[in-house]
Design a protein around this ligand. Sequence first.
Ligand SMILES: C[S@@+](CC[C@H](N)C(=O)[O-])C[C@H]1O[C@@H](n2cnc3c(N)ncnc32)[C@H](O)[C@@H]1O
Length: 257
Amino acid sequence: MDDRQIVATRASKITLTCDGSSRTVELYSQEGLELTASLMLKLAAEYRLMYKPTWLGLPIIQLPTDIVMMQELIWKLRPDVIVECGLAHGGAAVLYASICELIGKGRVIGVDIEVREHNRAAIESHPMWKRIEIIEGSSIGPSTVAEIKARVGNAQTVLVVLDSNHSREHVSRELSAYHEMVTPGSYLVTMDGAQANLWDIPRGEREWKDDNPLIAIHDFLREHAEFQVDPHYTRMQVTSSPDGFLRRLTDEEVERR
Ligand SMILES: C[S@@+](CC[C@H](N)C(=O)[O-])C[C@H]1O[C@@H](n2cnc3c(N)ncnc32)[C@H](O)[C@@H]1O
């Protein structure tokens, strides 16, 4: 038998030991699934696995599970405009644009505080460039927000994705600046709430415990009953965006509450 083969039967348990205490759970229980998924996320962040994928040739800083969920969401919503705060290398903008291309409508407005020349060149020479617009500036800068609002115009279905600076303060300001652009029934996807659970990994930072997008999301939800977490898009368990898929209720749903 191959020595590297891992055998794990119905009777298997998994024990996590940390700082002198330990916890044991049945591997195939719900607890076992949650513990394993949460450890997978810590390992993915430690080994920077989210920096490894590309989409149609451009680096995309996402876990494969989250990439699949965004594909599902866009296919279902069929948005006219997708606003992405935090463009980086452009891989996610190309992902969103490529699904729009298959749908036959939709454009992506990508904003980043710094669009490096080689990234801009790669995005502009990509076949999906025809569905992408780039704005360079801080996503919370009043002129940038005004510019995006103007470009969104009165589009029928607007999806917003926040994936730029992941401090609590910045995400709070983005949520407040962008939530009104999200059309009823659409989503305000707020990424990287998992930072709240990554402060303990070797490359993590202790401050993340109290400074992360998840706290900003929960603060926002307390003030905005018209948005609700949709757990459907985090059902793959291994996600960088727990509680990050915020659906804006329709007017009828708000009335019925
Ligand atoms: C995690 S990366 C984005 C990854 C990208 N969305 C993807 O999925 O491939 C974060 C990006 O946010 C940008 N950023 C940081 N602060 C920003 C700000 N205030 N406004 C806009 N972009 C910002 C950074 O320059 C960086 O490119």
